[in-house]
Design a binder for this molecule. Structure first.
Ligand code: HAM
Length: 436
């Protein structure tokens, strides 16, 4: 029978990898706390309509990437595994009247998302994002806070070759005349574009900029007017204020007039942080302002801005320095050399964990002494407790300090008494830091 394996574009995380993920997640929680952002968690699936209305009917996400189905129990409601989190967060913001509780909500999330994209390095079908949404402020300092949080996040992790690309696609009222101009400029050339672009020009011409086809991009360079050149004076002032704040904060940026980003809800600021360490999928994160989304989804008019960052891409930029060890490590390995001693070994392990806070592993494979010592080394144990038959008969066990080689005979009934609470050497716990 053929083995059952993961679905294309999904993957397992094994123990030597989850440790790193947990470190990053801890770092994110701490970073968000430092900035006064509160965590929000939303369900794995939502009504399809939320994304159609929120993200936009003609976007890649909605037209080809969503995992959707019809729930017959709910009278045929369309449901979708969430492909992004801005729309669900705004749904929750409206549903729980968060705006009524505070004029500005600063929210963050870490979550799994689903998009049926062509998998490649840095692009999966189930992937993880962390992100932030600040809902309530129309002012440029809110954009600057969001962009600087993204930039300094990566900088503080030591990721180099960072670059911030920023643009403004103007407020919603400039969209209609610009799109008319765009359609007029591209229509004479539209037969040279791909099929998708040809259908999009009538429905939502801005989405032509999302095309991954090189020749379509070249045609856009040649024939498309740039939206930035058609934004209002207020939009320009907003944009200038944002970039001036970035300059003051010493955040280098480039103005990329072609960057409109592939989701319909953006207004004014759009931005991405990229790293040349990533290759083709070079966006570490992306975001922007979405002043109309709360209203579109049925709430009161409320300005907002945010970003989301791919966790896998972050880990890709960090994996160069990865000397990952396949095995989890422990403080103490208990080698058991005969069956009768197993119960005392297990009781002692439990007692040491509980009373000394040290991590302990007990042999459960009944291997030879040599194999058990090898295992202890592999687990980087600081001590090995050896319970041999002769010693056991005399209520004794041998404790070996793996670093110094020192060996002590200790009564089996008081193995935990041998260790002082300072003995354990977890690399990341508070008590070890304090004892330094
Ligand atoms: P997005 O550009 O679609 O924006 O995704 C943000 C980030 O998620 C990307 O820059 C990338 O790092 C990561 N990402 C996206 N798709 C994949 C994938 N298939 N595999 C791996 N990583 C991926 C949004 O999702 C918006 N909701 C961002 C936002 C928040 N705008 C305002 N607030």
């Amino acid at each position: 029978m053929k083995n059952i394996t993961t679905i294309k574009g999904t993957y397992d995380l094994l123990p030597h990898e989850t440790e790193k993920w947990r470190e990053i997640e801890d770092f994110i929680h701490e970073y968000m706390h430092l900035h006064g952002y509160g965590e929000i968690r939303t369900p794995a699936f939502e009504r399809t309509e939320l994304f159609v209305r929120g993200v936009g009917e003609e976007t890649d996400i909605v037209t080809k990437e969503m995992y959707s189905w019809t729930d017959m129990d709910k009278g045929g409601t369309g449901l979708t595994l969430k492909p992004e989190l801005t729309a669900p967060v705004v749904r929750a913001y409206i549903q729980h009247n968060l705006g009524g509780k505070s004029p500005l909500q600063r929210l963050y999330y870490i979550d799994s998302l689903f998009r049926r994209e062509r998998p490649q390095k840095g692009r999966q079908r189930q992937f993880n994002q962390f992100g932030i949404e600040a809902i309530g402020s129309p002012h440029p300092e809110q954009d600057a806070e969001i962009i600087s949080m993204a930039y300094f996040f990566y900088q503080s992790l030591g990721i180099d070759s960072l670059s911030v690309k920023i643009n403004s696609i103007g407020s919603s009222h400039i969209r209609k005349p610009y799109l008319a101009l765009l359609t007029n400029s591209l229509t004479p050339e539209i037969h040279r574009f791909c099929n998708t672009c040809q259908t999009r020009i009538d429905k939502n011409p801005l989405r032509l900029f999302d095309c991954k086809n090189d020749s379509c991009q070249k045609l856009l360079d040649e024939f498309a007017p740039m939206i930035f050149d058609h934004i209002s004076d207020e939009d320009k002032i907003h944009f200038e204020s944002v970039v001036n704040l970035l300059t003051t904060m010493k955040i280098p940026y480039t103005h990329d007039k072609k960057m409109v980003r592939g989701l319909d809800y953006y207004t004014r600021t759009t931005f991405e942080v990229t790293s040349s360490a990533l290759g083709a999928q070079d966006a570490l994160c992306g975001g922007g302002r979405y002043d109309k989304l709360v209203e579109t989804l049925g709430g009161n008019p409320t300005p907002a801005v945010g970003f989301a960052a791919g966790m896998e891409r972050l880990l890709l930029t960090m994996s160069d320095s990865d000397d990952s060890d396949e095995n989890s490590t422990v403080d103490i390995y208990i080698a058991v050399l005969f069956e009768e001693a197993i119960p005392v070994a297990m009781v002692a392990a439990d007692e040491i964990r509980r009373t000394k806070g040290m991590s302990v592993m007990v042999e459960t494979l009944r291997r030879s002494m040599k194999a058990q010592m090898r295992e202890s080394n592999k687990r980087k144990a600081q001590y090995t407790i050896i319970i041999g038959e002769d010693e056991y008969r005399q209520n004794q066990a041998l404790i070996k300090d793996m670093e110094t080689g020192q060996q002590d005979n200790v009564p089996i009934s008081d193995l935990s008494g041998y260790f002082s609470p300072d003995d354990h050497h977890h690399s990341d716990c508070d008590c070890c830091e304090n004892s330094d």
